[in-house]
Every structure is written in C-alpha cells, then in structure tokens.
Ligand binder design. Structure first.
Ligand SMILES: Nc1ncnc2c1ncn2[C@@H]1O[C@H](COP(=O)(O)OP(=O)(O)OP(=O)(O)O)[C@@H](O)[C@H]1O
Ligand code: SF4
Ligand SMILES: [Mg+2]
Length: 332
C-alpha cells in the first residue's frame, strides 16, 4: 500500500469568519462557521445566491480575492492549522495535493486555444511536479477516473467537447495531484438533468472508492441526497442548520430549511404552484441585530430580534429561537 493510501486526513473548520473590505465598508460573508468532514464522508453546503458558499470554499483553499480576509477561526487539515501557515508552504504541501477545488463556472474557463493535454500538463508544471515522465500517467489516471478515454480526449480542444465532458475534464484536473479533500462549487450548473446525475454519481464514486472528503456547494438541495452524509444550510453568511441528510429531507428544523424544501419542484405535483420564499436576503453591509431570516420567517416572534444561538439537538445544529428549551416552554 502506498503512503497516499494510508493517509487519513480530516478537515475541521472552527468558527471561521471571512470579511470583504469594500469601498462601502466591510461585509462579513462567512460568520462563525464550524463543521468537519471525515474520511470517505461528504457535506453539502446549500443556500441562496450570496449566502457565502463560494467564499467559504475559497477560504478553505486559501484563494480568497485580494479584498477577502479570514478575520478569525481556523481550518485544520489532519490537525494542522492551515489558516496560519505561509502561502509558500500551503502551495507546496496542500493546494491541489491535499485539498483541491472545482471552481464555480470553471468548465467555461478552459482555455480554448490549448488542447486538453496541454492544459493538464500545465497544471502539473505549475504545481512543480518535476518529473515530466509522470505527466502522461497522471493525466491518464485522472481522465480514466472521470470516465473519459484518455486516447480520445487528450488531443481535443474544449470547443470539441460537450458540457458534461468539459465538467469531467475540470474534475479530472482537480484529481491530477490526488488530493484527499475536494471542494466542488456548483459542479452541475448549466448541465442537463441526466448529465447532472452522472456528475453527482461520479463524485459519489470518488467518495466511496477513493475515500475522498467531498464538500459540495450548491443552491439545489434536490441534487445531492445520494452524495452527502450531512448538509449545512447557509443563510446570509451564517450556518442556520447542520443536520444529517435524512433529517434535512424528512424533518427539517430551521424555518429557512423548511422553506427551501417546499420550494423544490416535484415532477409528480406539476399542477401545484412552486412555493417561493418571499422577500430578499439581507444586505450584508447593513446587518441588523437578531435573526437574519426574521423578515421572511412565518414563525418570527419577539425573541427573534435577538441573535439566535446555535442549538444542538443530538448531533444536529439549528440556529433558531424556536428550539431554545426555555423559550419553547414559555411559548407553549
Ligand atoms: N470580492 C468581493 N468583494 C466584496 N464582496 C464580495 C466579494 N465576493 C463576494 N462578495 C459578497 O459576499 C457575499 C457572499 O458571496 P459568495 O459569492 O460567497 O456567495 P454564494 O453563496 O457563492 O453565491 P452564488 O450562489 O451566487 O454563487 C455576497 O454578498 C457577495 O456579494
Ligand atoms: S429565530 Fe425566529 S425569525 Fe429566526 S428562523 Fe427562528 S423563528 Fe424564524
Ligand atoms: Mg458561489
């Protein structure tokens, strides 16, 4: 068994807070987020546009835009706090080698003037893999892992590939250096439903066979039940519920999660109107005290003007006053 096979690296995020400095002020895009992913497990990060999903992913791979900063908290890979290490060490030891990310929309940014082979070799070069002799075998391995025939694929250009094939190439690129943790940011956007299911199936295979830890970011909860063990629901930068997938689907606790579930269209109930979540997410530059969902919440009550605590119910977490034991007693 190779060294790589014996590694059991986990990722644990503790109270992570990420700010963006803008001309209009500082906004907190990710606030006090904590979760972990163990070997062979996966978590879905779900929420509306602007809830902070990509910011979280970019922070985990230390690739925030120039105006983004990790204000507090830490990110541990196998107990090593990578938020504190220098860029050089992160690049040499972790980025792409231990933790890789499929960036949002990256299948549309494959370079149109270079063949797939050239682009994949470039990634290996940029990440300072010195032995050119291993390039071909690494490329072959990564393409085969995503179900593409290396012989038929390497000489082709992006415009010669379907959307599904391009997305597979992007996934293959992320696998080139055999990371143990993969962040997939909206990997199925703009694909048809059959290709979406194939991509999710592919990620599941990687989780099951390679024991990868997968963090999948999506706004579409209906896509991921077969892939994830846990789901973190994000709203306006906060994790409002972290539960196992069964609880999320069968007994969602947070009113926002409940509304998200109700807004999923079902083919068998085509005649029923889709239930939208009325209103908008709050402006992150002007966050008021209290529950961030309260202007849209059908259950809001007086206490919701105070920031809700994280309430632990068995191994799940919900950020809502409805589940506070004392409040529950008073309300009943
Ligand atoms: N570079 C930046 N500078 C300032 N604000 C930013 C920057 N990038 C993102 N934001 C803001 O941070 C918040 C979170 O953005 P983010 O892209 O993480 O959301 P998201 O959940 O990934 O959304 P989507 O589903 O649309 O991809 C948003 O309010 C966004 O406008
Ligand atoms: S804390 Fe209050 S406003 Fe917020 S989700 Fe719970 S009930 Fe609704
Ligand atoms: Mg995003």
């Amino acid at each position: 068994m190779s060294n790589k096979d014996t590694k059991t690296k986990d990722i644990a995020i503790n109270n992570l807070t990420v700010d963006y400095i803008t001309k209009l002020g500082t906004l907190t895009a990710v606030e006090n987020i904590s979760f972990e992913v163990l070997e062979g497990k996966s978590i879905g990060v779900v929420g509306e546009s602007g809830s902070g999903k990509s910011t979280l992913g970019l922070a985990l791979i230390k690739s925030l835009p120039h105006n983004g900063i990790v204000r507090s908290g830490n990110i541990k890979i196998n107990d090593k706090d990578i938020s504190k290490i220098q860029e050089k060490e992160f690049d040499e030891v972790y980025r792409w080698k231990e933790i890789a990310m499929i960036f949002q929309g990256s299948m549309n940014s494959l370079d149109p003037v270079f063949s797939i082979e050239k682009q994949m070799k470039e990634i290996l070069k940029v990440h300072r893999i010195k032995d050119g002799g291993t390039y071909d075998s690494a490329i072959k391995k990564a393409l085969s892992a995503v179900g593409l025939d290396p012989e038929k694929t390497t000489k082709r250009y992006p415009h010669e590939l379907s959307g599904g094939m391009k997305q597979r190439i992007v996934i293959a690129n992320s696998l080139l250096l055999e990371p143990s943790i993969l962040i997939a940011d909206e990997p199925t956007t703009a694909l048809d439903v059959i290709t979406q299911a194939q991509i999710i199936g592919l990620l599941k295979k990687m989780k099951d066979t390679k024991k990868m830890k997968i963090i999948i970011i999506t706004h579409d909860l209906s896509l991921i039940p077969s892939l994830v063990d846990k789901v973190m629901i994000m709203y306006a930068g906060q994790a409002v519920e972290i539960s196992d997938i069964k609880t999320i689907l069968d007994n969602p606790l947070h009113p926002y999660t409940q509304a998200l579930i109700k807004s999923i269209p079902h083919i068998n109930s085509a005649k029923k109107p889709i239930q939208f979540i009325l209103g908008n997410t709050p402006n992150l530059l002007n966050i008021k005290k209290g529950c961030r969902f309260r202007d849209r919440c059908p259950h809001a009550f007086g206490m919701c003007e105070n920031d809700p605590p994280d309430i632990h119910i068995e191994s799940n977490i919900v950020k809502c006053w409805l589940y506070d034991k004392e409040i529950k007693v008073t309300k009943n």
